[in-house]
Design a protein around this ligand. Structure first.
Ligand code: ADP
Ligand code: MG
Length: 343
């Protein structure tokens, strides 16, 4: 009898996915891209592809209903899925929603969750076309699958970055993580003394970043208008360092990014300092910003230069050069992706 037992912790989330992927091969010629990108890509003929992505959120692991109202949870779940479709440079069109519920939730609570889901569907112009409903013995589980579409030639993978390409991020980073720190702090205070009202004043921007993120559909549209097709792209759900590592690994390249270039909102920086955290560390390793990270050919530099939604933070190097982060003093530090570990 085989008594070998390997703890999941030993592989980590990405190691486990790689482990599973290594045993799976694709049979159908319509399966253009399987495991390993933000979404799978399926040939539907006429030079079009369908892109498919799925995400599961588990109460107590991914969200805490003591401070995230169900309506926000619903919105955020859809936004996170649509973000993965954006990361392929495609347009989201349909979602399915599956939920596992305990009897702790009345119908009114589910209505609230769906109000958020429907608000996001209306905002991102996607149709809710199905799902599944089942019971759960512990908390709430919500799993959304999103379907999108694109011209085959327009799809952008994690694997296309080339030496000398510019590395671009949208919006600003680290805000969602700092918003979470505020919510956790106020929850802790409330637990100790329920008489004290949560003090959320002055943190509206980072709370919004945490509680009501938006998928950057607008950026995908700007890029189309500017006639820029990124050479590689991924969305920032686990943190800049972790996502950059995926791009470099999949494209077999290295990178240099510059601390002083990383876009961080003033409220994120101030809150980080209040918590005695380095704002850059929060931007590099904080998750859930749902911004886009992409690379462009240098010939497209003029087209995005000065664009308020996009910031060039570095460039792609030869793979032999490794992944480096140049700090404020100009020292090159090897990039380590901390990302998130749920295990
Ligand atoms: P993202 O953060 O963009 O949602 P993930 O890190 O969740 O991406 O997933 C990376 C890739 O691994 C995707 O292609 C996803 O479909 C695939 N994947 C994740 N979990 C599994 C699994 N249990 N079985 C097969 N493929 C998986
Ligand atoms: Mg993604």
């Amino acid at each position: 009898m085989d008594t070998k037992r390997t703890e999941i912790e030993k592989l980590g989330e990405f190691g486990l996915i790689d482990h599973l992927a290594s045993t799976i091969s694709l049979i159908n010629t319509t399966s253009v891209k399987g495991i390993g990108d933000d979404a799978a890509v399926i040939d539907i003929g006429n030079d079009l592809v369908q892109v498919v992505s799925t995400d599961m959120l588990v109460e107590g692991v991914h969200f805490d209903l003591t401070y995230l109202p169900l309506k926000y949870l619903g919105y955020k779940s859809v936004a996170a899925n649509v973000s993965d479709i954006c990361a392929m440079n495609a347009v989201a069109e349909q979602i399915t929603v599956s939920i596992a519920l305990s009897n702790r939730f009345p119908v009114e609570a589910i209505d609230e969750l769906y109000d958020g889901i429907k608000a996001a569907c209306s905002n991102y112009k996607v149709d809710l076309v199905g799902g599944d409903t089942t019971s759960s013995l512990s908390g709430l589980v919500i799993s959304i699958t999103v379907l999108g579409r694109s011209k085959k030639e327009d799809v952008v993978y994690r694997s296309g970055a080339k030496e000398h390409d510019l590395i671009v991020v949208t919006g600003d980073l680290g805000g969602a993580y700092m918003g979470l720190q505020i919510l956790e702090r106020e929850k802790g205070i409330f637990k100790e003394n329920p008489q004290i009202q949560p003090d959320l004043d002055g943190h509206d921007y980072i709370l919004q970043r945490q509680m009501r993120p938006e998928a950057r559909v607008d950026v995908i549209n700007f890029l189309k208008e500017l006639d820029v097709k990124p050479t590689s792209m991924i969305d920032i759900s686990d943190g800049l360092a972790s996502e950059l590592k995926h791009i470099c690994k999949n494209s077999s390249v290295g990178c240099h990014i510059y601390d002083e270039k990383i876009p961080i909102d003033a409220q994120t920086s101030m809150t980080a300092l209040e918590f005695e955290l380095d704002p850059s560390t929060c931007a590099l390793n904080g998750g859930e910003d749902y911004e886009l990270l992409f690379t462009i050919d240098q010939k497209d530099y003029e087209k995005i230069k000065g664009n308020p939604h996009m910031t060039i933070i570095g460039h792609i190097t030869d793979s032999n050069e490794g992944m480096y982060y140049i700090d404020k003093q100009g020292s090159a530090i090897e990039l380590k992706a901390q990302g998130w570990s749920h295990f």
